[in-house]
Design a protein around this ligand. Structure first.
Ligand SMILES: NC(=O)c1ccc[n+]([C@@H]2O[C@H](COP(=O)([O-])OP(=O)(O)OC[C@H]3O[C@@H](n4cnc5c(N)ncnc54)[C@H](O)[C@@H]3O)[C@@H](O)[C@H]2O)c1
Ligand SMILES: N[C@H](CO)Cc1c[nH]c[nH+]1
Ligand SMILES: [Zn+2]
Length: 444
């Protein structure tokens, strides 16, 4: 049952506990498992990947079975309905249109013909995208990761996703992958998949950046391989925080809370409301909607451990609590969402008004659904085209421009005790002044 809290200090403590649920003491033993998986895959390659796939996914694969074959990819089209294919195509179109607007542009700036400065964007060479598959199959996540990588111009995109029963990958996932232009897919999940992409194995290539959401094992693994490879952000167990006033519909709010809770027993679902009647109605409605819920056991776990309703005195207080939490998804179920928006500083994605359930963003609105969780929205953003790109700074100085700044560089280099830095400028400037090569100070 969703608890209702009315006292602010208690609410703040509970919200902190929920936000930090992926970095508590209970997670330490999971981190030890993940470290072991990473080390073994790094040392033993495919052998370790197959070992952990047998242990954690209960699937015994041969090395040849790791890669999804062309015939399995083709066959997937026969196994999805026309409606599902059309929905995938609509989502693809909208997600692609949104991400095309977000391609970072290279630029150069000329300052009086003496100095040229700029930034030059290029895609990474190889990207690895993780598509979760433990408790649900996510064709939507395929699109959300593959499309920005394609738009960025990444030439090799490798997808990993855990094998289900009989080693199978969901046909919907395989169709979404092909529609997004992905043909290299490996059936491996969890920390072992992240390790394979970070270090490379005999079969699975090492990549430059790994993106995609996942459960606690995937998220811990991404955190630990950061530096060996780039990552998008820590997109762990899903979260929704709803701010609602008396104008909200309790049936809709209950459904929205359950929509995130049903992802994972570690998912979180929070309502902050200025209306105590609404608080009680939502509490009762959640129970009702859980009665025949096909994912009742795991959803109830999430609700019991990481679900909460807080009665607050004003929307301003709700916004303060929300900013402290920095949720993955924030719904503003209030009369005037745009003025409440002014109070919000941190959230992965913000859904405004009564007819914008978070599921619209999960599937096809266009913005990415791979979002920072566990408070990471304080400093991180949604996955995007830029996640698959990096920029080089461009700097060109004319001889005249160099002459103008030579003195300042000399002073700074000497202050840092780095004489060759000073020489590298002085020699060019003195050469220009004397019309010949200068010599390093040290050899004169
Ligand atoms: N933040 C986002 O953008 C976003 C988007 C979609 C989904 N999600 C989240 O992704 C997650 C998907 O989780 P999932 O579990 O369904 O799939 P998953 O693919 O992330 O995890 C399944 C893998 O976990 C590993 N695993 C399971 N139990 C293990 C154990 N005891 N020890 C070691 N490894 C183990 C297995 O190898 C398995 O392949 C959910 O938490 C969901 O909320 C987040
Ligand atoms: N809500 C998830 C992100 O936390 C994304 C998703 C995919 N499918 C359904 N939902
Ligand atoms: Zn969702």
């Amino acid at each position: 049952m969703l608890r209702i809290i009315t006292e602010r200090t208690e609410a703040e403590a509970e919200l902190r506990r929920i936000r930090d649920r992926t970095s508590t003491d209970q997670i330490v033993h999971k981190e030890a498992t993940v470290r072991e998986v990473l080390q073994r895959v790094k040392a033993q390659g495919d052998r370790a990947v197959l070992h952990y796939t047998a242990e954690f996914d209960q699937q015994n694969l041969t090395p040849e079975e790791l890669r999804v074959s062309g015939s399995e990819m083709d066959a997937a089209y026969q196994q999805v309905s026309k409606e599902l294919l059309n929905a995938i195509l609509l989502a693809k179109e909208q997600v692609e249109a949104f991400h095309r607007q977000r391609v970072p542009k290279s630029w150069v700036q000329f300052k009086e013909d003496e100095v040229v400065l700029g930034k030059r964007y290029r895609p990474v060479d190889k990207a690895g995208i993780y598509v979760p598959g433990g408790r649900a199959a996510y064709p939507s996540t395929v699109l959300m990761n593959a499309i920005p990588a394609k738009v960025a111009g990444v030439s090799r995109i490798v997808m990993v996703t855990p094998p289900g029963a009989d080693k199978a990958i969901s046909p919907a996932v395989l169709v979404a992958a092909q529609e997004a232009g992905i043909t290299e897919i490996y059936r491996v999940g969890g920390a072992q998949a992240i390790a394979a992409l970070a270090f490379g194995t005999e079969t699975i290539p090492k990549v430059d950046v790994i993106t995609g959401p996942g459960n606690i094992y995937v998220t811990l693994a991404k955190k630990l391989v950061y530096g060996t490879v780039g990552i998008d952000s820590l997109a762990g167990p899903s979260e929704v925080l709803v701010i609602a006033d008396k104008s909200a519909n309790p049936v809709h709010i209950a459904a929205d809370l359950l929509a995130q809770a049903e992802h994972d027993p570690m998912a979180s679902a929070i309502l902050l409301t200025t209306d105590s009647t609404l608080a009680h109605k939502v509490q009762a409605e959640v129970e009702l909607q859980l009665v025949d819920h096909p994912r009742r056991t795991l959803t109830e776990k999430a609700i019991a451990h990481y679900g909460l309703i807080v009665f607050v005195e004003s929307l301003a207080i709700a916004a303060e609590l929300s900013n402290e939490f920095a949720p993955e998804h924030l719904e503003l179920e209030v009369e005037d969402p745009w003025s409440t928006l002014d109070l919000i500083r941190h959230a992965g994605a913000i859904f405004l008004g009564h007819s914008t359930p978070e599921a619209v963003g999960d599937y096809l609105a266009g913005p990415n659904h791979t979002l920072p969780t566990s408070g990471a929205a304080r400093y991180a953003s949604a996955l995007g085209v830029e996640t698959f790109m990096k920029h080089s700074s461009l700097i060109q100085y004319s001889a005249t421009a160099l002459h103008k700044v030579a003195g300042a560089i000399d002073v700074l280099a000497n202050a840092e005790g780095l004489p060759s830095h000073a020489d590298s400028v002085r020699l060019r400037v003195s050469r220009r002044e004397s019309g010949q090569d200068g010599n390093p100070k040290s050899s004169t």
